[in-house]
Design a protein around this ligand. Structure first.
Ligand code: PLP
Length: 372
């Protein structure tokens, strides 16, 4: 029996482990010199833009909304096919999410439908690069510009992706990254926010930590309600080690995905993702199961064969919290169809070609006989 193959696994090297041990011995564990060094490294990666680190991607998104002055009475347009954090932060600041269905080819927000959903209440758009495939930035910013809307890019999954040769994060507006354990680089838990030029980084820092500022004479003031969103130096040390390896990780993912495309039997009826090898960082490899497949039985059958399968994600407007706000089945048919049949196949940088072959063989066995 082979070892169990999870759908993802972080790659942490010994140098990073040693760097974390150094922090633990240093006497300074919370936000300090490592966070500053991590922010500087992220800024360099993002073409010199201002970047602040957070203890989660969710916190980065929430603070971006606050910096954009989005609140009660405002609406924010986003996709229903994303991790629920994207929409939860809109509720958290007191605004109302407006969902636009997804384009079945990209599985990202449908830019053909977006403009029609803009009203005088619309303050911002949160596009999500699902699985790392970037939303078309040219079309997106053309729409946002025409209606003077803020864009807060939820790039939690697209760190390492590019648009027309430009790294995601080097663009024009807010960009939020996540360094959750399953993301392409991790700090255990963590995130970062790239700031537009018209936003005061000092205000971002206050919103990140209790709204406080310290003066040279030792005095202190609190002028805004801030959260508790600061990253630790322990986490930043992991991030510094991870960032160095990002390009290598992305290259491994791309090669493994090419092997999936070559090895997956097209007669099984799986719907493959858009084959984008120039922009996507391949955060996840998503396939849609053939019509009528019982996803639970499929996952159980793959698990029996030693293969972990993820689900990212069911359409979020059908979660109880959102149904209670009036959303219901039929609102966003593409997101619902995709969300009901999507599965995440194993993909992480240290996977071997033989692992991909094993997944392909298990898919063949599982899908060519009746599921229990
Ligand atoms: C992971 C993720 C988030 C939230 O990031 P955390 O670091 O887990 O808070 C937000 N949006 C998307 C699309 C994500 O994948």
């Amino acid at each position: 029996m082979n070892d169990f193959l999870p759908f993802t696994r972080p790659t942490i090297d010994e140098e990073t482990i040693a760097a974390v041990a150094d922090v633990l011995r240093s006497g300074w564990l919370t936000s300090g010199p490592r966070v500053q060094a991590f922010e500087a490294a992220l800024s360099a990666y993002c073409g010199g833009r201002t970047v602040r680190a957070f203890n989660s991607g969710t916190a980065a998104l929430e603070v971006a909304l606050r910096l954009a002055k989005v609140g009660a009475g405002d609406t924010v347009i986003t996709t229903p096919l994303t991790w629920v954090a994207t929409a939860n932060v809109i509720l958290e600041v007191g605004a109302t999410p407006v969902f636009v269905d997804v384009d079945p080819a990209t599985r990202n927000i449908d830019l053909d439908q977006l403009a029609d959903r803009i009203t005088p209440q619309t303050k911002a758009i949160i596009p999500v690069d699902l699985a790392g495939l970037p939303v078309d930035r040219d079309r997106l910013y053309a729409i946002a510009g025409k209606h003077s809307l803020r864009v807060i890019e939820d790039a939690a999954q697209s760190f390492g992706s590019t648009w027309n040769g430009q790294r995601i994060g080097t663009g024009q507006n807010f960009v939020a990254f996540s360094f959750h354990a399953n993301k392409n680089i991790t700090t255990g838990e963590g995130g970062a926010l790239v700031l537009p030029e018209d936003i005061d980084p000092a205000l971002c820092e206050r919103l990140r930590l209790q709204g406080f500022q310290r003066f040279a004479d030792g005095g202190m003031d609190v002028d805004v309600l801030g959260g508790k969103f600061n990253l630790t130096d322990i986490a930043a040390a992991i991030g510094l080690g991870q960032l160095k390896r990002l390009d290598e990780f992305t290259a491994c993912r791309r090669e493994l995905v090419q092997r999936y495309f070559a090895g997956l039997d097209r007669t099984l009826g799986l719907q493959l993702p858009l084959a984008d090898f120039s922009n996507s960082n391949w955060h996840m490899f998503h396939v849609l199961l053939p019509d009528g497949t019982d996803r639970g039985a499929f996952i159980a059958s793959m698990r029996e064969k030693g293969i972990g399968i993820g689900v990212h994600y069911p359409a979020l407007h059908l979660f109880s919290l959102y149904r209670a706000m009036g959303f219901k089945p039929g609102n966003f048919p593409q997101a619902e169809r995709i969300g009901a049949s999507i599965v995440t196949l194993p993909l992480f940088p240290t996977m071997q070609d033989a692992d991909v072959d094993r997944v392909c063989a298990a898919l063949m066995q599982t899908l060519t006989r009746p599921l229990a």
